[in-house]
Ligand binder design. Structure first.
Ligand SMILES: C[S@@+](CC[C@H](N)C(=O)[O-])C[C@H]1O[C@@H](n2cnc3c(N)ncnc32)[C@H](O)[C@@H]1O
Length: 257
């Protein structure tokens, strides 16, 4: 007779990308899984840290790859729990930051399956930090605002306009494809000399970071690969990045030519 599995789900934050930026608890729970359902931004190196042969199923949603529908993911989580036992739903960064975690939780709980959540290090904080860009800095910025560029219907986020009118550090996720529109909107309120950073593949070996001003960032259009995950940081805190100083010298030199 086949052993009856006790269904259980753990929603685990994988961290921003580098395999050693998962939490200690996250890694422990990962190694207790009977099956792992993982997102697009979860690294292969992290999955290879699981030291038993269990199914690891990709259920990502990136534009450049096959995209799984949320309803199908929800169903797969529940089916996997009844079939395999302990499902680890491994999500990029922190599960509650633009992660649609609540939809998964509601669906799982509607079947009476016990669920636990392991927080993760969000890319929103750790990706700028990995580049030495502080979110807050005494005398420069006393707050930060994590936002997305577009709403569910694809329209431009109103929050972006509100944040632009304050002095907050703006941290924009899922905005790379809308970079031009973001720059045009923010510069209406903050002026063209406002510093901006575009960080892609943050915390990973192929991390890249472009630092410039709202006026000059368009020059880097061809360097930015829109298929890669990226975070846009806008605010005076970016001016502390060493690359901003070099850029500044170039700008001053060019203004004399
Ligand atoms: C659907 S959201 C999920 C965010 C995730 N829950 C978190 O806390 O980091 C995906 C977006 O996060 C950002 N992102 C995630 N990992 C990243 C990384 N390693 N480098 C740059 N941006 C990243 C990108 O803006 C990407 O489009």
């Amino acid at each position: 007779m086949r052993e009856q599995k006790t269904p259980k789900v753990s929603l685990v934050g994988a961290g921003p990308g580098s395999e050693d930026l998962i939490t200690v608890r996250g890694l422990r729970v990962l190694n207790e899984a009977d099956i792992i359902l993982y997102d697009a931004l979860v690294s292969k190196e992290l999955l290879s840290q699981v030291n038993k042969p269990i199914p690891k199923i990709y259920v990502g949603k990136r534009c450049s790859q096959h995209s799984f529908k949320q309803d199908d993911i929800n169903t797969l989580i529940v089916e996997s729990a009844f079939k395999h036992g302990h499902v680890v739903r491994l999500k990029g960064g922190d599960p509650f930051v633009f992660g649609r975690a609540n939809e998964e939780i509601d669906f799982v709980e509607s079947f009476g399956i016990p669920l636990s959540i392991v927080p993760g290090i969000s890319s929103a904080l750790s990706v700028p930090t990995s580049q030495g860009i502080p979110m807050t800095q005494r005398g420069i910025s006393s707050s930060f605002w994590v936002m997305t560029a577009t709403k569910r219907d694809g329209s431009f986020s109103e929050d972006l306009k509100f944040a632009s009118q304050s002095a907050t550090t703006m941290v924009i996720l899922m905005g790379i494809r809308k970079l031009n529109e973001i720059v045009n909107e923010v510069s209406k309120y903050r002026g063209l000399s406002m510093p901006i950073a575009v960080i892609q593949n943050g915390t990973m070996k192929n991390e890249s970071c472009i630092v410039s001003t709202l006026n000059d960032i368009k020059k880097f259009k061809n360097t930015i690969d829109i298929s890669k995950p990226g975070i846009i940081v806008i605010g005076n805190v970016v001016a502390g990045h060493p690359a901003f100083f070099e850029e500044e010298i170039q700008r001053v030199l060019h203004s004399y030519i």
